[in-house]
Design a protein around this ligand. Structure first.
Ligand code: GUN
Ligand code: FE
Length: 442
């Protein structure tokens, strides 16, 4: 495709601020240009400098009062739970039984699954999320239709079929053998097809027998570069249940460790109540935790201890965990993450939040050679944010003096209204100015 350039204020994360210091963790161009060709970023810098080194014929689109940054990365989300987001009154285990399982049953029907996949992908786009690590349901077709729709949109997505063979309704369980065969077929069909990647997805220890967890380890051995995606240590009753179901294991994480599920590209959602030993094992195995603040607050699961993870050197990304999470917006998720740390007398600096929602997420997923910021060579997934999206944000922005203050206001007040445009692989995939049809499901 043709070389195209975008002129605007540009901000992106280039390293972990807690490792290299705030000043060295980002690049900011007040008047910058981003140049894109064939789905990739080929140049970035101050406008004057980029114009001087690019051909005169370069086509430049200018955005006023906007901020370009990298697309957001959601390291844990369930597409089939889109239709049951904001379900009232329960904590994890009852919430699963009363709301989640009945909704996931509907994904037996691939027509319904495809409709929800499209509503879901539209939400990601309008919220500026360009990559996500996604749960399907137990149904193999739920993942086929998801990948088909993601492929049409040129998205870099990671997804997998849920494995669960016990402690769930009969209509929603597979068997170790069928789960293994279905996962294998999906890996062969989708892993590394265009920008798509596969994650072997045991729901969580309580819904998997020892036999099934062994098949997960086997799949990971046969396909070392696929992902492993599950839940871990989210809720106190869940943890008690795991220890009762697996009396020979010392900790929750030890159940997964026993079956060789810890590795690079293994992502565990939540990790709210982990011991130091568990953190240590996560770090040394190269596994990652997905921090899901809106979900942890909504289900009353607990307060995630980010400094403890940092202390042990565990990789961390941000997750919305929709439908237990209450927003598709990574901006809202950062804001709630800030409050979760406040409740523990800890701080979450806006540059750290930006890092976690972009480059840190890419590192958690071992995709930082491809996505996570706007360095030339990376895939051109980026967002154009509107710092004056609402009257309040606009007024507050004018009072904010420094970049970090503005960034903090952006993530505290921002949501999908703040996302003006989303670009996927160099092409505009969402534009707030083009009206969209409300979602309808037949
Ligand atoms: N643990 C097992 N399944 C789920 C799920 O669907 N959502 C959340 N938040 N936790 C889980
Ligand atoms: Fe989840």
């Amino acid at each position: 495709t043709q070389r195209t350039a975008y002129r605007s204020a540009i901000l992106h994360s280039i390293d972990d601020p807690y490792e290299v210091g705030l000043e060295n963790s980002f690049e900011f161009f007040e008047d910058g240009i981003l140049v894109v060709e064939n789905g990739h970023i080929i140049d970035l810098g101050p406008a004057e400098a980029v114009l001087a080194r690019q051909p005169d014929s370069l086509h430049v689109t200018e955005y006023q009062h906007k901020l370009i940054t990298a697309g957001f990365i959601d390291t844990h989300i369930h597409y089939p739970q889109t239709g049951m987001i904001a379900s009232y009154g329960e904590q994890l285990l009852d919430w699963l039984e009363n709301y989640t399982f009945p909704e996931e049953l509907k994904f037996k029907n691939p027509v319904y699954a495809r409709q929800v996949a499209n509503i879901f992908l539209n939400e990601l786009a309008s919220n500026g999320t360009t990559t996500a690590l996604v749960f399907g349901t137990v149904h193999r077709e739920s993942v086929d239709v998801f990948f088909e729709e993601a492929q049409k949109r040129n998205l870099r997505m990671i997804a997998g079929k849920v494995l669960m063979d016990r402690n769930a309704p009969d209509y929603l369980t597979d068997t170790p053998e069928s789960g293994y065969q279905d996962s294998k077929a999906l890996i062969e069909k989708w892993h590394k097809k265009d920008r798509l990647l596969y994650a072997v997805t045991p729901r969580f220890a309580p819904t998997c027998t020892d036999e099934q967890l062994a098949t997960v380890g086997k799949l990971l051995e046969e396909y070392p570069d696929v992902y492993m995606h599950t839940h871990l240590s989210e809720n106190k009753k869940e943890i008690e249940w795991v220890l009762a179901l697996f009396p020979d294991r010392e900790t929750y994480l030890d159940v997964y460790d026993h079956y060789k599920l810890l590795k690079e590209r293994a992502v565990f959602a939540h990790g709210v109540h982990l011991t130091d030993c568990e953190c240590q094992r996560l770090a040394e195995s190269g596994s990652a935790i997905s921090f899901c603040p809106t979900s942890n607050l909504f289900l009353g699961s607990g307060l995630f201890n980010l400094p403890k993870m940092e202390h042990h050197g565990v990789r961390v990304g941000m997750g919305t965990d929709v439908g237990a999470g209450t927003s598709f917006s990574l901006l809202q998720t950062m804001s709630e993450g800030y409050k979760v740390l406040q409740l523990q007398q800890q701080k979450l600096h806006p540059f750290k939040s930006l890092y976690l929602a972009t480059l840190g997420g890419a590192r958690a997923l071992y995709l930082d050679d491809k996505i996570g910021n706007l360095e030339p060579g990376k895939e051109a997934d980026f967002v154009v944010l509107d710092l004056h999206a609402t009257p309040l944000m606009s007024f507050r922005m004018q009072q904010a003096k420094t970049l970090e203050e503005q960034l903090f206001v952006l993530m505290s007040l921002g949501d999908d209204r703040t996302v003006s445009k989303t670009f996927i692989y160099g092409e505009k995939a969402y534009d707030a100015e083009e009206t969209t049809e409300p979602a309808m499901v037949t």
